[in-house]
Design a protein around this ligand. Structure first.
Ligand code: FAD
Ligand code: FES
Length: 273
Protein backbone atom coordinates (compact mmCIF):
# COMPACT_ATOMS: atom_id res chain seq x y z
CA UNK A 1 0.00 0.00 0.00
CA UNK A 2 1.10 3.57 -0.59
CA UNK A 3 2.14 5.40 2.57
CA UNK A 4 0.24 8.45 1.24
CA UNK A 5 -3.25 8.88 2.78
CA UNK A 6 -5.96 8.90 0.07
CA UNK A 7 -6.80 12.45 -0.97
CA UNK A 8 -3.70 14.08 0.55
CA UNK A 9 -1.79 15.97 -2.13
CA UNK A 10 1.65 14.42 -2.47
CA UNK A 11 4.58 16.24 -4.09
CA UNK A 12 6.07 15.50 -7.48
CA UNK A 13 9.81 15.47 -8.18
CA UNK A 14 11.90 16.13 -11.27
CA UNK A 15 14.04 13.20 -12.38
CA UNK A 16 16.38 12.69 -15.34
CA UNK A 17 15.86 10.23 -18.20
CA UNK A 18 18.79 7.82 -18.52
CA UNK A 19 17.64 5.94 -21.64
CA UNK A 20 14.73 5.51 -24.02
CA UNK A 21 14.83 2.19 -25.88
CA UNK A 22 12.53 0.90 -28.61
CA UNK A 23 10.95 -2.52 -27.94
CA UNK A 24 8.94 -3.16 -31.12
CA UNK A 25 5.90 -0.86 -30.97
CA UNK A 26 6.74 0.12 -27.38
CA UNK A 27 9.32 2.31 -25.66
CA UNK A 28 11.11 1.51 -22.43
CA UNK A 29 11.85 4.75 -20.62
CA UNK A 30 14.47 4.56 -17.87
CA UNK A 31 14.85 7.30 -15.27
CA UNK A 32 17.26 7.96 -12.45
CA UNK A 33 14.86 8.05 -9.48
CA UNK A 34 16.38 6.98 -6.14
CA UNK A 35 13.50 8.68 -4.30
CA UNK A 36 11.05 6.09 -5.65
CA UNK A 37 12.28 3.95 -2.75
CA UNK A 38 10.59 0.68 -1.84
CA UNK A 39 7.55 -0.15 -3.90
CA UNK A 40 5.08 -2.97 -4.38
CA UNK A 41 4.72 -4.57 -7.81
CA UNK A 42 1.59 -3.10 -9.41
CA UNK A 43 2.01 0.42 -8.06
CA UNK A 44 2.12 3.28 -10.54
CA UNK A 45 3.38 6.83 -10.98
CA UNK A 46 1.93 9.96 -12.60
CA UNK A 47 4.40 11.21 -15.25
CA UNK A 48 4.72 14.49 -17.14
CA UNK A 49 7.54 15.86 -19.28
CA UNK A 50 9.14 18.96 -17.72
CA UNK A 51 9.49 20.63 -21.15
CA UNK A 52 6.78 20.89 -23.86
CA UNK A 53 3.97 19.20 -21.91
CA UNK A 54 0.91 20.77 -23.49
CA UNK A 55 -1.17 21.02 -26.63
CA UNK A 56 -3.24 23.29 -28.80
CA UNK A 57 -2.43 26.80 -29.95
CA UNK A 58 -1.96 28.04 -26.36
CA UNK A 59 0.14 25.01 -25.34
CA UNK A 60 -2.33 24.37 -22.49
CA UNK A 61 -0.56 21.91 -20.13
CA UNK A 62 -1.74 18.30 -20.15
CA UNK A 63 -2.56 16.55 -16.89
CA UNK A 64 0.10 14.09 -15.77
CA UNK A 65 -0.52 10.55 -17.11
CA UNK A 66 -0.54 7.28 -15.12
CA UNK A 67 2.04 4.52 -15.81
CA UNK A 68 2.83 1.27 -14.03
CA UNK A 69 6.35 1.01 -12.70
CA UNK A 70 7.73 -1.83 -14.82
CA UNK A 71 10.95 -2.21 -12.80
CA UNK A 72 12.88 -0.43 -10.09
CA UNK A 73 16.35 -1.33 -8.91
CA UNK A 74 19.58 0.47 -8.01
CA UNK A 75 17.72 3.79 -7.98
CA UNK A 76 16.55 3.44 -11.60
CA UNK A 77 12.89 3.03 -12.59
CA UNK A 78 11.65 1.86 -15.96
CA UNK A 79 8.31 2.31 -17.67
CA UNK A 80 6.87 0.57 -20.74
CA UNK A 81 5.07 3.11 -22.94
CA UNK A 82 2.77 2.82 -25.92
CA UNK A 83 2.15 5.92 -28.02
CA UNK A 84 -1.66 6.19 -28.06
CA UNK A 85 -2.14 9.96 -27.83
CA UNK A 86 -0.46 13.30 -27.18
CA UNK A 87 0.86 12.57 -23.67
CA UNK A 88 2.37 9.18 -24.43
CA UNK A 89 3.76 10.54 -27.74
CA UNK A 90 5.64 13.28 -25.89
CA UNK A 91 6.97 10.82 -23.30
CA UNK A 92 8.10 8.46 -26.09
CA UNK A 93 10.15 11.35 -27.57
CA UNK A 94 12.20 11.93 -24.40
CA UNK A 95 15.92 11.27 -24.62
CA UNK A 96 18.70 10.66 -22.09
CA UNK A 97 19.27 13.87 -20.13
CA UNK A 98 15.70 15.19 -20.48
CA UNK A 99 13.70 15.85 -17.32
CA UNK A 100 10.46 14.22 -16.21
CA UNK A 101 8.06 15.00 -13.35
CA UNK A 102 7.27 11.89 -11.29
CA UNK A 103 4.62 11.50 -8.60
CA UNK A 104 4.72 8.09 -6.97
CA UNK A 105 4.71 5.30 -6.05
CA UNK A 106 0.90 5.47 -5.88
CA UNK A 107 -1.91 3.01 -5.24
CA UNK A 108 -1.82 -0.51 -3.90
CA UNK A 109 -0.11 -3.38 -5.68
CA UNK A 110 -0.20 -7.17 -5.92
CA UNK A 111 0.02 -9.45 -2.89
CA UNK A 112 2.01 -12.70 -2.98
CA UNK A 113 0.18 -16.03 -3.37
CA UNK A 114 -0.16 -18.33 -0.34
CA UNK A 115 2.95 -20.47 0.26
CA UNK A 116 3.33 -23.31 -2.24
CA UNK A 117 0.80 -22.05 -4.79
CA UNK A 118 1.88 -21.21 -8.31
CA UNK A 119 1.36 -17.69 -9.66
CA UNK A 120 0.07 -17.40 -13.23
CA UNK A 121 0.77 -13.95 -14.69
CA UNK A 122 -1.54 -13.00 -17.58
CA UNK A 123 -0.72 -9.85 -19.53
CA UNK A 124 -2.11 -8.16 -22.62
CA UNK A 125 -0.38 -5.47 -24.70
CA UNK A 126 1.19 -2.63 -22.74
CA UNK A 127 -0.54 -4.09 -19.65
CA UNK A 128 2.40 -6.48 -19.30
CA UNK A 129 4.37 -3.67 -17.58
CA UNK A 130 3.49 -4.32 -13.90
CA UNK A 131 3.91 -8.06 -14.43
CA UNK A 132 7.65 -7.57 -15.08
CA UNK A 133 8.34 -6.23 -11.58
CA UNK A 134 5.92 -8.82 -10.18
CA UNK A 135 7.81 -11.67 -11.87
CA UNK A 136 11.08 -10.34 -10.41
CA UNK A 137 9.60 -10.16 -6.88
CA UNK A 138 7.94 -13.60 -6.96
CA UNK A 139 11.00 -15.29 -8.49
CA UNK A 140 13.30 -13.66 -5.90
CA UNK A 141 11.05 -15.08 -3.17
CA UNK A 142 11.50 -18.55 -4.71
CA UNK A 143 7.90 -18.99 -5.88
CA UNK A 144 6.75 -20.88 -8.99
CA UNK A 145 5.66 -18.44 -11.69
CA UNK A 146 4.20 -18.97 -15.17
CA UNK A 147 3.87 -16.09 -17.63
CA UNK A 148 1.23 -15.91 -20.38
CA UNK A 149 1.26 -12.83 -22.62
CA UNK A 150 -1.06 -11.77 -25.43
CA UNK A 151 -0.32 -9.25 -28.16
CA UNK A 152 -2.36 -7.86 -31.02
CA UNK A 153 0.27 -8.24 -33.76
CA UNK A 154 3.87 -8.87 -34.76
CA UNK A 155 4.93 -5.27 -34.03
CA UNK A 156 4.02 -5.68 -30.35
CA UNK A 157 5.51 -9.16 -29.79
CA UNK A 158 9.01 -7.77 -28.91
CA UNK A 159 7.35 -6.37 -25.74
CA UNK A 160 7.51 -9.95 -24.40
CA UNK A 161 11.25 -9.36 -23.93
CA UNK A 162 10.41 -7.36 -20.82
CA UNK A 163 9.64 -10.63 -18.98
CA UNK A 164 11.38 -14.00 -18.88
CA UNK A 165 10.13 -17.35 -20.26
CA UNK A 166 6.77 -16.08 -21.45
CA UNK A 167 4.33 -18.20 -23.45
CA UNK A 168 2.69 -16.09 -26.14
CA UNK A 169 -0.65 -15.72 -27.86
CA UNK A 170 -1.27 -13.31 -30.73
CA UNK A 171 -4.42 -12.10 -32.45
CA UNK A 172 -2.74 -12.32 -35.88
CA UNK A 173 -0.97 -15.66 -35.30
CA UNK A 174 2.49 -14.10 -35.77
CA UNK A 175 3.86 -15.73 -32.58
CA UNK A 176 2.76 -18.51 -30.23
CA UNK A 177 -0.87 -19.53 -29.96
CA UNK A 178 -3.12 -17.99 -32.66
CA UNK A 179 -5.91 -16.70 -30.45
CA UNK A 180 -6.55 -15.23 -27.03
CA UNK A 181 -4.23 -15.35 -24.05
CA UNK A 182 -7.24 -16.48 -22.01
CA UNK A 183 -7.18 -19.76 -24.05
CA UNK A 184 -3.72 -20.37 -22.53
CA UNK A 185 -5.04 -19.51 -19.07
CA UNK A 186 -7.88 -22.05 -19.34
CA UNK A 187 -5.35 -24.74 -20.29
CA UNK A 188 -3.04 -23.85 -17.37
CA UNK A 189 -5.91 -23.89 -14.86
CA UNK A 190 -7.02 -27.33 -16.07
CA UNK A 191 -3.56 -28.68 -15.11
CA UNK A 192 -3.21 -26.62 -11.89
CA UNK A 193 -6.54 -25.49 -10.40
CA UNK A 194 -4.73 -24.37 -7.21
CA UNK A 195 -2.88 -21.56 -8.97
CA UNK A 196 -3.40 -17.84 -8.20
CA UNK A 197 -3.89 -15.50 -11.17
CA UNK A 198 -2.43 -12.00 -11.62
CA UNK A 199 -3.58 -10.04 -14.67
CA UNK A 200 -3.19 -6.68 -16.39
CA UNK A 201 -4.30 -5.73 -19.88
CA UNK A 202 -7.21 -4.38 -21.91
CA UNK A 203 -10.65 -4.45 -20.29
CA UNK A 204 -11.94 -7.27 -22.54
CA UNK A 205 -9.02 -9.49 -21.54
CA UNK A 206 -9.42 -8.65 -17.84
CA UNK A 207 -13.12 -9.44 -17.99
CA UNK A 208 -12.29 -12.79 -19.66
CA UNK A 209 -9.77 -13.58 -16.90
CA UNK A 210 -12.24 -12.52 -14.19
CA UNK A 211 -15.05 -14.68 -15.61
CA UNK A 212 -12.82 -17.77 -16.01
CA UNK A 213 -11.45 -17.42 -12.47
CA UNK A 214 -14.91 -16.89 -10.98
CA UNK A 215 -16.24 -19.96 -12.81
CA UNK A 216 -13.30 -22.11 -11.65
CA UNK A 217 -13.14 -20.70 -8.10
CA UNK A 218 -9.57 -19.43 -8.66
CA UNK A 219 -8.39 -16.30 -6.79
CA UNK A 220 -7.39 -13.46 -9.13
CA UNK A 221 -5.87 -10.03 -8.70
CA UNK A 222 -6.57 -7.63 -11.57
CA UNK A 223 -4.56 -4.46 -12.24
CA UNK A 224 -7.18 -2.07 -13.63
CA UNK A 225 -6.70 1.13 -15.57
CA UNK A 226 -9.06 4.06 -15.64
CA UNK A 227 -8.79 7.65 -16.75
CA UNK A 228 -7.03 9.45 -13.91
CA UNK A 229 -6.77 13.15 -13.16
CA UNK A 230 -5.08 13.28 -9.75
CA UNK A 231 -3.83 9.73 -9.03
CA UNK A 232 -4.22 10.04 -5.24
CA UNK A 233 -7.91 9.80 -4.38
CA UNK A 234 -9.06 13.43 -4.61
CA UNK A 235 -11.00 13.79 -7.89
CA UNK A 236 -13.13 10.59 -8.12
CA UNK A 237 -12.37 10.51 -11.85
CA UNK A 238 -11.30 6.87 -11.77
CA UNK A 239 -14.21 5.11 -10.02
CA UNK A 240 -15.50 1.65 -10.99
CA UNK A 241 -18.59 -0.06 -9.53
CA UNK A 242 -17.91 -2.39 -6.60
CA UNK A 243 -19.77 -5.71 -6.31
CA UNK A 244 -22.66 -5.29 -3.87
CA UNK A 245 -22.87 -1.51 -4.30
CA UNK A 246 -20.73 1.58 -4.07
CA UNK A 247 -17.57 2.40 -5.98
CA UNK A 248 -13.85 1.76 -5.89
CA UNK A 249 -11.31 4.47 -6.73
CA UNK A 250 -8.82 2.70 -8.98
CA UNK A 251 -5.99 5.03 -7.91
CA UNK A 252 -6.17 4.30 -4.16
CA UNK A 253 -8.29 1.12 -3.77
CA UNK A 254 -6.28 -0.27 -6.71
CA UNK A 255 -4.99 -0.29 -9.33
CA UNK A 256 -4.74 -3.93 -8.22
CA UNK A 257 -8.19 -5.10 -7.18
CA UNK A 258 -9.29 -8.53 -6.01
CA UNK A 259 -11.50 -9.95 -8.77
CA UNK A 260 -14.06 -10.96 -6.13
CA UNK A 261 -14.72 -7.22 -5.55
CA UNK A 262 -16.08 -6.78 -9.10
CA UNK A 263 -19.22 -7.99 -10.85
CA UNK A 264 -17.45 -7.40 -14.12
CA UNK A 265 -14.58 -5.34 -15.54
CA UNK A 266 -16.08 -2.25 -17.14
CA UNK A 267 -15.00 -1.36 -20.66
CA UNK A 268 -13.05 1.75 -19.65
CA UNK A 269 -11.15 -0.08 -16.89
CA UNK A 270 -8.36 -1.71 -18.89
CA UNK A 271 -5.18 -0.72 -20.68
CA UNK A 272 -5.75 0.76 -24.16
CA UNK A 273 -6.24 -2.29 -26.45
C1 FAD B 1 -2.75 2.70 -13.17
C2 FAD B 1 -2.45 2.88 -14.64
C3 FAD B 1 -1.29 2.33 -15.18
C4 FAD B 1 -0.99 2.50 -16.54
N1 FAD B 1 0.15 1.95 -17.01
C5 FAD B 1 0.51 2.17 -18.30
C6 FAD B 1 1.75 1.66 -18.79
O1 FAD B 1 2.52 1.01 -18.07
N2 FAD B 1 2.07 1.95 -20.08
C7 FAD B 1 1.24 2.67 -20.90
O2 FAD B 1 1.62 2.93 -22.07
N3 FAD B 1 0.04 3.13 -20.47
C8 FAD B 1 -0.33 2.91 -19.19
N4 FAD B 1 -1.51 3.41 -18.73
C9 FAD B 1 -2.40 4.13 -19.67
C10 FAD B 1 -1.89 5.54 -19.89
O3 FAD B 1 -2.10 6.29 -18.69
C11 FAD B 1 -2.68 6.18 -21.04
O4 FAD B 1 -2.37 5.49 -22.24
C12 FAD B 1 -2.29 7.63 -21.21
O5 FAD B 1 -2.84 8.37 -20.15
C13 FAD B 1 -2.83 8.16 -22.51
O6 FAD B 1 -2.50 9.54 -22.60
P1 FAD B 1 -2.34 10.21 -24.01
O7 FAD B 1 -2.30 11.68 -23.81
O8 FAD B 1 -1.20 9.62 -24.76
O9 FAD B 1 -3.62 9.78 -24.81
P2 FAD B 1 -5.14 10.24 -24.60
O10 FAD B 1 -5.51 11.07 -25.77
O11 FAD B 1 -5.35 10.77 -23.23
O12 FAD B 1 -5.83 8.81 -24.73
C14 FAD B 1 -5.67 8.03 -25.93
C15 FAD B 1 -6.71 6.93 -25.96
O13 FAD B 1 -6.49 6.02 -24.87
C16 FAD B 1 -7.64 5.98 -24.01
N5 FAD B 1 -7.14 6.00 -22.64
C17 FAD B 1 -6.40 6.96 -22.05
N6 FAD B 1 -6.11 6.64 -20.80
C18 FAD B 1 -6.69 5.44 -20.57
C19 FAD B 1 -6.75 4.60 -19.46
N7 FAD B 1 -6.14 4.90 -18.32
N8 FAD B 1 -7.45 3.46 -19.58
C20 FAD B 1 -8.05 3.14 -20.72
N9 FAD B 1 -8.03 3.90 -21.82
C21 FAD B 1 -7.36 5.04 -21.76
C22 FAD B 1 -8.41 7.25 -24.32
O14 FAD B 1 -9.80 7.08 -24.08
C23 FAD B 1 -8.14 7.45 -25.78
O15 FAD B 1 -8.97 6.64 -26.57
C24 FAD B 1 -1.85 3.24 -17.39
C25 FAD B 1 -3.01 3.81 -16.85
C26 FAD B 1 -3.32 3.63 -15.49
C27 FAD B 1 -4.55 4.25 -14.93
S1 FES C 1 -7.59 9.70 -10.16
FE1 FES C 1 -8.40 11.18 -8.78
S2 FES C 1 -9.53 9.95 -7.38
FE2 FES C 1 -8.56 8.48 -8.64
Amino acid sequence: MSAQPAGARPGRRAVRVTANEQLGAYNVLRVDDPQMGELQAGQFAMLAAVERWGGGEDERPFLARAFSVARHHDGESSYLLEDVGPGTRRLCELAAGDELWVLGPLGSGFTAPPQGRRAILVGGGVGIAPLAILQDALSAAGGAVSVLLGFRDEARVPGAGLLRDAELATDDGSAGHHGLVTDLLERELRSDPDAVVYACGPAGMLEGVRAICERDGVPAQLALEAGMACGFGACFGCVVPRRGGGYLRVCVDGPVIDAAELDRVELHAGAPA
